[in-house]
Design a protein around this ligand. Structure first.
Ligand SMILES: O=P(O)(O)OC[C@H]1O[C@@H](O)[C@H](O)[C@@H](O)[C@@H]1O
Length: 307
């Protein structure tokens, strides 16, 4: 595979390599000139790993994850599309995370994309296979650009295009499993005072009180119309994740806690302590595309270290 363009300030160029996992599934390994890396599986277009230049993993991956297609890996960033959860007639979280995506060598131009020093790859999921058409009879193209910048920031730009003659609607979530020291020690800021739909109370609507979120039991909520930046503070590890999003008004917050974790065969009993899902999403108001229209959504993840 050709390395991506953008040889910039650093001596070493960013690299893009095709590798295989133990099941023979193709994966893409992005590395920036400083040695930070991102691994993406073509199965689901799922980011599996995001590492700092020191090699610290920033995304949670379950030790019990089943990486054999068609199972999505429990961890990383599965993409929920065109349905979130059970809000629709499709399988939980839609089919995109279970499909094989393709590497796209000539994606439609992304005018605002600055490639300087970035390692990036373009993937695509098309509706053309019979299975997809049977369960969701809409012709679409889902273009996904995953890029790793010189400063280690990870960006996912999604473009969904309606290439049919009738409109369709979809929901989307980047189901991001952050790796954390201990769920009882982290704080989530940016969702104070927002309304949310509580999946643990039949999707009933509540309003968050004024404080940052801390965690002491199972949580499964969709916060509505959030600001474009939310932050996960992990004091023990002295690190903060900043989640910046565009075109993604909602934020899902999920942790299964002890009882549900035990019921999930692909999650270790205690592993819930070391993960927190915070998803940039568009759920409450599905996105509708008329024929020929395109939607763009962007998620940018960065790490801030404190001393
Ligand atoms: O086990 P899955 O299909 O990956 O889903 C995990 C969780 O994902 C969350 O986003 C949902 O709100 C939860 O209800 C769900 O349990």
């Amino acid at each position: 595979m050709e390395p991506s363009s953008g040889v910039g300030a650093e001596k070493r160029p960013p690299t893009v390599d095709l590798v295989k996992d133990k099941n023979g599934t193709d994966q893409i390994l992005l590395q920036n000139p400083k040695g930070a890396s991102v691994k993406i599986s073509l199965h689901g277009g799922q980011v599996l790993s995001w590492k700092t230049e020191k090699g610290d993993e920033l995304l949670f991956n379950s030790t019990k994850a089943n990486s054999k297609p068609p199972h999505p890996v429990r961890g990383g960033i599965p993409i929920c599309f065109p349905q979130f959860g059970t809000r629709g007639s499709l399988e939980q979280h839609g089919f995109a995370r279970n499909k094989m995506w393709l590497v796209e060598n000539n994606p439609p131009a992304l005018p605002s994309f600055d490639s300087t020093g970035k390692a990036f790859v373009d993937l695509v999921l098309k509706s053309s296979d019979e299975d997809t058409m049977r369960i969701w009879p809409h012709s679409f193209e889902f273009h996904l650009r995953v890029s790793l910048a010189l400063d280690g920031n990870l960006t996912l730009i999604s473009r969904v295009r309606n290439i049919n003659s009738k409109p369709f609607s979809f929901a989307i979530a980047y189901h991001t499993y952050f790796s954390i020291s201990d769920i009882s020690e982290v704080r989530l800021e940016g969702l104070e005072t927002l309304d949310y739909l509580d999946n643990l109370h039949e999707k009933e609507r509540f309003t968050e009180q004024g404080d940052a979120l801390t965690f002491e039991s199972e949580i499964d909520r969709v916060y509505l119309n959030s600001k474009d930046v939310v932050a996960v503070f992990d004091h023990e590890r002295k690190r903060t994740f900043l989640i910046r999003k565009e075109g993604l008004p909602d934020v899902v917050v999920w942790n299964p806690w002890e009882k549900k974790a035990r019921a999930l065969t692909d999650l270790g009993d205690d592993e819930y302590k070391h993960m927190l899902c915070v998803d940039g999403a568009a759920i409450e108001k599905p996105i509708t595309l008329k024929p020929g229209e395109e939607w763009t959504g962007k998620l940018n993840l960065s790490l801030v270290l404190s001393t």
